[in-house]
Design a protein around this ligand. Structure first.
Ligand code: NAP
Length: 251
């Protein structure tokens, strides 16, 4: 590979997305740090630049078609044609089915499913033109079912079907498409879950760690390392797969 590749990571202002953006930059990719607010991505961009890398913060709502198309165009113009896409942006709106509102159902579907669709559709043209590309979608162990997450678990299971279909359609263009399904990872998202359950994060994480074979909860770096592997040249024969990264088997 002679030219610098450009990656887009959505929801990259914090958590798994921020760790992934930093890792890909460390590996020599130019990285577009996409999040709802451009300003939220600025600290990640500053870190990458301070370490000698190239990065660009771009504000986007992944569930909005015009916003996605404008953001991807801006990345192509200002950073380079994106041939790596990590669909990581995510939200939770947990509730038991009988209390789940249509708004909360639609919001979760909008960010995870519609967002990954819009981002992938906008980015694939650069990948097919380059005859090389990598798409990684963030699924979850919740895809297997999780109390209080009918919306989230349906979206994360949907992403697995989406991943397999894109792998079939885009393979002939040198584009691989895979999903990573993390277990419990320590981020703002899981901190919010602990808060909602009314327990401290430490109590929550310690309890869960006892059930995880490797004896600890996951960190954003665990997922960033997995993304880095899947978007590398060495992973070119892996496509349409769902890799559970959960410190043990999941079913
Ligand atoms: P996080 O800390 O909540 O970060 C998610 C990021 O996505 C936030 O910066 C958020 O921005 C951004 N975002 C939300 N809606 C967006 C939209 N419409 N457009 C653009 N950006 C948007 O989450 P995380 O824990 O790092 O999770 C990252 C991904 O991994 C998610 O897809 C999540 O479902 C998945 N995952 C996480 C875990 C876990 O245990 N943490 C486990 C399995 C899967 P704002 O801050 O402005 O809302």
């Amino acid at each position: 590979m002679s030219e610098t590749r450009t990656a887009i990571v959505t929801g990259a202002a914090r958590g798994i997305g921020a760790a992934t953006a930093r890792k890909l930059a460390e590996n020599g990719l130019a990285v577009a740090v996409l999040d709802l607010e451009e300003s939220a991505g600025a600290p990640v961009v500053a870190d990458i630049e301070a370490a000698g890398g190239r990065a660009l913060a771009v504000g986007v709502d992944v569930s909005d078609e015009a916003s996605v198309d404008a953001a991807v165009q801006r990345v192509a113009d200002e950073l380079g044609a994106p041939t790596v896409l990590v669909n990581n942006a995510g939200i939770t709106r947990d509730n038991l089915l009988f209390k789940m509102t249509v708004t909360d159902w639609d919001a979760v579907m909008g960010v995870h499913l519609r967002g990954s669709f819009l981002m992938s559709r906008a980015a694939q043209k650069y990948m097919t033109e380059a005859k090389w590309g990598r798409i990684v979608n963030l699924s979850s162990t919740s895809a297997l079912g999780n109390r209080g997450q009918a919306n989230y678990s349906a979206a994360k299971a949907g992403l697995q079907g989406f991943t397999k279909t894109l792998a079939i359609e885009l393979g002939r263009f040198g584009v691989t498409v895979n999903a990573i399904a993390p277990g419990f990872i320590e981020t703002e998202m899981t901190r919010a879950t602990a808060e909602r359950l009314g327990i401290s994060f430490e109590q929550f994480a310690d309890g869960l760690a006892k059930e995880i074979p490797v004896g600890r909860v996951g960190q954003p770096a665990d997922i960033a390392e997995t993304v880095a592997f899947l978007v590398g040249d060495g992973a070119g024969f892996i496509s349409g797969q769902v890799l559970y990264v959960a410190g043990g088997p999941t079913d």
